[in-house]
Design a protein around this ligand. Sequence first.
Ligand SMILES: NC(=O)C1=CN([C@@H]2O[C@H](COP(=O)(O)OP(=O)(O)OC[C@H]3O[C@@H](n4cnc5c(N)ncnc54)[C@H](OP(=O)(O)O)[C@@H]3O)[C@@H](O)[C@H]2O)[C@@H](O)CC1
Ligand SMILES: [K+]
Length: 490
Amino acid sequence: MRTAYSVETVRNAERELMARLPEGALMQRAAAGLAAVCAGLLRDLLGRVYGARVVLLVGSGDNGGDALYAGARLARRGASVTVVPLAPGRTHEGGLTALLGAGGRVAGADDPYAVLAAADLVLDGITGIGGHGGLRPDAVPVARAARGSGAVVVAVDLPSGVEADSGEVTGEALRADVTVTFGTYKPGLLIDPAREHAGAVRLVDIGLAPHLPSVPGLEALQHEDVARLLPVPTGESDKYRRGVVGVVAGSPRYPGAAVLAVAGALRGGAGAVRYVGPGGDAVIARFPETLVHEGPPSKAGRVQAWAVGPGLGDALGDGSGPEAAVADVLASDVPVLVDADGLRLLDAETVRGRTAPTLLTPHAGEAAALLGVARPEVESGRLTAVRELAARYGATVLLKGSTTLVADPDPAVPVRVNPTGTPWLATAGSGDVLSGLSGSLLAAGLPARDAASVAAYLHGLSARLAARNAPLVSDEVAENLPEAWRNVVG
Ligand SMILES: NC(=O)C1=CN([C@@H]2O[C@H](COP(=O)(O)OP(=O)(O)OC[C@H]3O[C@@H](n4cnc5c(N)ncnc54)[C@H](OP(=O)(O)O)[C@@H]3O)[C@@H](O)[C@H]2O)[C@@H](O)CC1
Ligand SMILES: [K+]
């Protein structure tokens, strides 16, 4: 499991650890790890550290101190290191002394752009966990020049300008190729839009782990976690014991949604799939193993979980049709996933009153409608939005997007962020596959948060396997799910 902790938690842990160590030891650990990563990058780039041109962008705090001490280490190995101070007069004193003592120099007020243009590597030590509110105006042109210089840009702890706790970017932020972070990941390194600014993230151990609480603020499943959570049939399992998932999807206008949701459901570990709706012919033509029903879901036979919503179309307004199907499913006493059109048709009070788990799977636009806010508000503040939705609806919520998040209705339970996403997944119908897949995992007995996060993981991995850097269609995401599953269980 990859875990991230809030700034407040990191600061508390650092205080505890620092009390046991000699003054400045922690910063030296951070700087040593940072210098080692930079040296590796320079060797990859130039074959050597000696003679490399390194520029340090240094703000007023300890983030700048890390950059300066790391710069001193590189200077001692023969790199030519120049500091661009962004808060002149407030530069970390010990770090600056160390750098100058190792042969580094400070750029003149008029030549930061010339040194940046010639740099091989730029270290961004403007702000770390003490920064708020985007880059300040004087830092903006410098950060842009660093990005435009052709140098490798390495952020110290966090890309300057991003919000560490939420992943929000409220103004302009530096874009790094690599971020070297200390002690633990911070939420912003895993959640967009900040995550996009971080590039490849490297974690340097500074001995913080024993001082961090056991429950993180945010967590990301890894292969071994998913392998542990996936349902495995035993010798005792028949199709009913493995779980039957009911899929309520599709309409005369959108029959494809039914096929894609069933495609996902068939590959999610349930023993059988019941399809309810007007797309039965299309479903059977493609997947003859599906149990097909018309009429209300509650009359279709027993299921262990429902997935309702993809392609249902609009409400008829007379209480029949898709809104009746959604209400019927929500009245059941088994776990229910609601997606897409189902999210518009659900009754909030009914969802809050359910005793069995409910899983809502909106994209940003649907989440905005459920919350009554504008879509950009959800996109820029994904963590806040997913937590708020889960609390308001008393449901588990999977918020789809470039970094899919899963929140539990209990705010003490860490939000999960999916690490396997790919921009290629932004394609019509991919959400329908995810609905079926998540519903199937619910039917196989996974708790809602696990079902949602395991489904997002497999779905993203499958898309990556299928896309291999070329456009893909949703059908291929479903087709590659068994390959993703095998990839995870090894
Ligand atoms: N603690 C530890 O044990 C360890 C910490 N470590 C390192 O320390 C870092 C945290 O250091 P920190 O606390 O000094 O904060 P930091 O991020 O350098 O910001 C400093 C100042 O910047 C300013 N500022 C704010 N916003 C701004 C903006 N948008 N643009 C420009 N300036 C802005 C604001 O000051 P102001 O100008 O408002 O007076 C603020 O006080 C951490 O990320 C890690 O790298 C490691 O060495 C491991 C051990
Ligand atoms: K930084």
